[in-house]
Design a protein around this ligand. Sequence first.
Ligand SMILES: Cc1cc2nc3c(=O)[nH]c(=O)nc-3n(C[C@H](O)[C@H](O)[C@H](O)COP(=O)(O)OP(=O)(O)OC[C@H]3O[C@@H](n4cnc5c(N)ncnc54)[C@H](O)[C@@H]3O)c2cc1C
Ligand code: FES
Length: 260
Amino acid sequence: MKQVLATIINNSEVTPGVYRVELESAEFEDAQPGQFVMVGCGEENLLRRPMSIHQLNNKADRTELALLYKVVGRGTQWLSERQVGEKLDLLAPLGNGFAIDPTSHNLLLLAGGIGIAPIYFLAQQAVKAGHSVRLILGAQTARQLYPQKLLPPEIELVTVTEDGSAGRKGKLTDHWLEFTSSADQVFACGPVAMYQVMARQISGLNHKPVYISLEVRMGCGLGICYSCTVKTRNGLKQVCTDGPVFELADILWGELGLSE
Ligand SMILES: Cc1cc2nc3c(=O)[nH]c(=O)nc-3n(C[C@H](O)[C@H](O)[C@H](O)COP(=O)(O)OP(=O)(O)OC[C@H]3O[C@@H](n4cnc5c(N)ncnc54)[C@H](O)[C@@H]3O)c2cc1C
Ligand code: FES
C-alpha cells in the first residue's frame, strides 16, 4: 500500500447520480479486482472514503485507474465537483480482492446497482485470462443500468430491472439461482440487503461458494480503528484488511447490525 497523488483526467456522470473518475499516476502499483482505495475528499471531510477499483490499465510510463461512485453524501458530492487536472490523494491498493481459480472455466458475476464498480474490473481481468464470463447486471430502472457499451464485448450479459423497463423484471435475487449450476465460481457485489436475501436462498443447500465484496462504513481502511468489524463463522473480522471479499455463507448476516 502507498499514498499516491493521482491526476484527474476525466470525471463525468455515467448514469443519473453515478460518476466515473479517471485518474493517472506514475506510481500506482498493480492491484487485484476487489481491492479498494481510500480517497481523501478534501479538508472539510476528515475521513477518507473507501472506493473499489473499477478499472486499471497499465501503460508503459503510467497507470490509468478509474473509480465509479454514486453520490450519496458529502464526500461523494465533493468528488463529483472535482475538475480535470486536479489531484486526488489515495491510499492504495487495499484489501484482499477476488481470487479467480485458474482451473475455473465459467464465471458467474452478479452486480447490483453500484456493485458493478469492482465487478467490472473482475470481468475485465477474467476475460483477459480466457475465462468465460456471464454477468447479471441489476438496477431499479433502465436509466440506472450501467451502459452496456462500456462493458467488455466478450461478456454474456443478462440485465434485470425492478420495474421491467429493460431485460428481465424483478430483483437480481429473483433470477441468479437459475444460472449457478453452469458456473464454476460465483462472485457478487451489491448492497447488504441483496446479500442477506442470497444467503437465505442458499442456506441449507449444498451450494458452491459465492464470493462477495462487503461494503460497510470504514474509518481508516487500514485495520486500526475497528469500525468495520463483522462477525463471521471464523470469528470477528476487519472488512478493510481481512476483506472486503468474503464467502457469503461465512458472514453471520443476522448479527451484522448494518443498514443498507
Ligand atoms: C470496500 C468498499 C468499497 C466501496 N466501493 C464503492 C464504489 O466503488 N462506489 C461507490 O459509490 N461506493 C463504494 N463504497 C461505498 C462508499 O464508500 C460510500 O458510499 C461513501 O463512503 C459515502 O461517502 P459520503 O461522504 O458521500 O456519504 P456519507 O455522508 O458518509 O453517507 C451518506 C450515506 O451513505 C451511506 N454510507 C456511507 N458510507 C458507506 C459505506 N462505506 N458503505 C455503504 N454505505 C455507506 C451512509 O449510511 C449514508 O446513508 C464502498 C465501500 C467500501 C467499504
Ligand atoms: S476501517 Fe478501520 S479497522 Fe477497518
